[in-house]
Design a protein around this ligand. Structure first.
Ligand code: FES
Length: 381
């Protein structure tokens, strides 16, 4: 299916400035997670912005109006200049957030980051058990992550833990919450895998059953009742089990401005999966022009690009037609309604994907998991 005709660019006055700048500092990562959201062809994009280029991006982003600055990757701690970038972000007046696997976060490094003014850390675990954590990331990192969690507490950061859920660990939700309580976590994000990047490659293997999801949600609710505000738990159901789409990125080009390791400006993490869209390089185009005038950021703004199902829908200002990358992945056209929506003509096909995955699981016909690695990235490019 073809792409939608280019939407007319809204006037700069009609477009609000970005609020959230995400700096994906590097695609390098010591882990090999099977659900990583990085593009599967990341290995073909090895050229990273240097320190001065990143600081220029941060300066421009702040001038545009962004207030929240995330450092992610890959693993952002692999950048030796992370402290300098955090300091620059802080001096510019951002609220700075480090999104990390914890690998490389030594006491010395955390001290330097704290002195640089880091505000917030989000640490990821793969599971509550060493075996599953290490299996899913194809590394021996459970003990290390546990030490990092203690360090984060020692330095008095709010403790925010992220665990991606799927068929292999949904049954451990109670143990994951117990682990979080033992670590003194204040905010636990239990986000079921969405199917982008490596998660899409491993979709059939990762797909949970409805029963697993129901049970996990029950467990979460029991804990919520029992422990109250001691630990706040966010439980995000996978899109494929919903019939209303999420307001992905709060709307395309509405609040989020991502800059990838190689300098490409992205309206969402997965935007590179959409063919035919050129993502401007921050070395060549100012963030102002990228945000207000680029085709990539204007393509799915407003509702002029929408097909009738979305344009006439009373929920279009709430969900913005759902997720463009999911529409592309499932229908071949990013301008189609997100098939998660019950009104989408492709909703039945989405449900069939789930049925096929469960059949393959029951018949033992699943392919082996594909771990994120440079070699696999080159194979899949
Ligand atoms: Fe790209 Fe939803 S992930 S629009």
């Amino acid at each position: 299916m073809g792409q939608a005709a280019a939407a007319p660019a809204p006037s700069a006055a009609a477009v609000a400035p970005p609020k959230w700048l995400l700096a994906e500092l590097t695609y390098r990562c010591p882990l090999h997670c099977v659900f990583c959201y990085n593009p599967v062809d990341y290995a073909s994009r090895p050229n990273e912005l240097d320190t001065a280029q990143w600081i220029d991006v941060l300066r421009q982003g702040r001038k545009l109006g962004a207030v929240q600055l995330g450092f992610s990757g890959g693993e952002p701690l692999l950048r030796d200049d992370l402290e300098d970038l955090v300091a620059a972000g802080r001096q510019l007046g951002y609220y700075t957030n480090l999104i990390t696997s914890g690998i490389g976060l030594t006491e010395q490094r955390l001290r330097r980051l704290t002195e640089a003014g880091l505000d917030h850390i989000q640490l990821s675990f793969q599971d509550s058990s060493r075996e599953m954590n290490d299996f899913l990331s194809s590394t021996r990192t459970f003990e290390l992550k546990s030490r990092v969690a203690a360090l984060i507490k020692q330095f008095h950061y709010p403790m925010v833990l992220n665990v991606v859920l799927h068929r292999y660990n949904l049954d451990h939700v109670g143990r994951i919450i117990d682990m979080a309580l033992a670590m003194g976590v204040e905010y636990l994000e239990l986000a079921n895998t969405q199917y982008y990047g490596w998660g899409l490659v491993n979709r059939a293997q990762l797909m949970p059953t409805a029963q697993q999801l129901r049970k996990a949600e029950e467990v979460v609710n029991e804990y919520r009742e029992r422990i109250g505000n001691r630990l706040r738990i966010l439980f995000v159901v996978p899109d494929y089990f919903e019939s209303r789409p999420k307001a992905c990125m709060n709307g395309w080009g509405a609040v989020f401005l991502g800059v990838a390791a190689d300098g490409a400006a992205l309206p969402c993490h997965a935007a590179r999966s959409i063919p035919g869209l050129a993502f401007p390089d921050v070395r060549e185009t100012s963030l102002h022009d990228i945000w207000y005038a680029s085709e990539a950021f204007n393509k799915f703004r407003g509702d002029a690009w929408m097909k009738d199902t979305c344009r006439t829908c009373e929920d279009k200002d709430r969900d913005f037609g759902g997720c463009r990358c999911q529409a592309l992945a499932l229908t071949g056209d990013a301008a189609n309604p997100d098939p998660v929506c019950g009104k989408s003509a492709a909703h039945g096909e989405l449900k069939q994907v789930v049925v096929h995955a469960h059949r393959a699981q029951a018949a033992g016909e699943l392919k082996p998991l594909v771990f994120r690695s440079d070699a696999n990235s080159r194979l899949l490019s």
